[in-house]
Design a protein around this ligand. Sequence first.
Ligand code: MRU
Length: 350
Amino acid sequence: MSAIRVREGKIELLDQRKLPTEMTYVDCPDWQAVAAAIKNMVVRGAPAIGAAAAYGMALAAGSLQGKERESLLAGLEEAARGLKATRPTAVNLAWAVERMMNFARSQKTENPSRLAELLWAEAEKIAAEDVVTNKKIGQHGAKLIPQKARILTHCNAGALATVDYGTALGVIRSAVEQGKEVTVFVDETRPYLQGSRLTAWELQQEGIPATLIADNMAGFLMQKGEIDLVIVGADRIAANGDVANKIGTYSLAVLAQAHKIPFYVAAPLSTFDLKIDSGSLIPIEERSARELTHFAGVQIAPSGIKCYNPAFDVTPAALITAIITETGIIKKPTAETINKFFAEQENVGD
Ligand code: MRU
């Protein structure tokens, strides 16, 4: 099972709207199809939408054959804008598109088909790097998991949300691979149900013990001493360590603090947006009222009721025990600890 499949010069995206009951792929022969798939939630999860968009840029280059270099670059800019406009919160999307755009600009070739080939190879590199990154996140994060652990997670930060292996679920996978005895409580994650439809399914496929709970049960379990730690993914991390993630993450962090339970965030470095000083500047996607008023196509709220449906919230850094990345763990994230961590990355190899 992979969220993104590459076939004969096009990509196919696992239709995550249909999981867990149906496994079908949506063909994406051009960047517009990739953009539509991201917007319509065929593919979701910060690293997965980044990698899909990178392939979208390569597909755009493929469709701009017969053009002069300048008009090819202009066509790529248009694709970049279209792809970035699909979902606003996860920064990995803009990160991947900008990396592809900068890569295209840096290539000196005048040959459009060569440029398309180079961009395709760069998209494959982004996808391959994501898997390596997630395995490293897993290795670092597994050190934080006790030999026996009851873990709570929210949304889906697994293989389905990445190219493979996952971030938060990558840490859980890695702990299991090390022989740790792990059981996972899966928040169903209203209203889009990424927890029950995707995480519960993924863990079941993997044979990792999992128990599904409704979101409002987490506090009760913590109060009874049945959760040892919480681990979630992230869509964007500000320079001060504030984390945007699926709506409901903040409530869990507050509960975890009240019950003195560690609260971990697992994310690649590409999820950090160091241009943003604090989480209050992160754009929060608002989704359709229908996600609240209907359940599996059945109306469950009165017609015409006013709805509010933010898809993400921001957890202040002060509530986060540590952020787990591919190059190490940032304990007690603050503007200072994050700044120091990134400065050390730059010094690696000096
Ligand atoms: O709306 P979604 O399903 O794209 O939201 C996904 C999440 O919030 C994930 O937790 C986040 O992207 C991290 S995925 C490794």
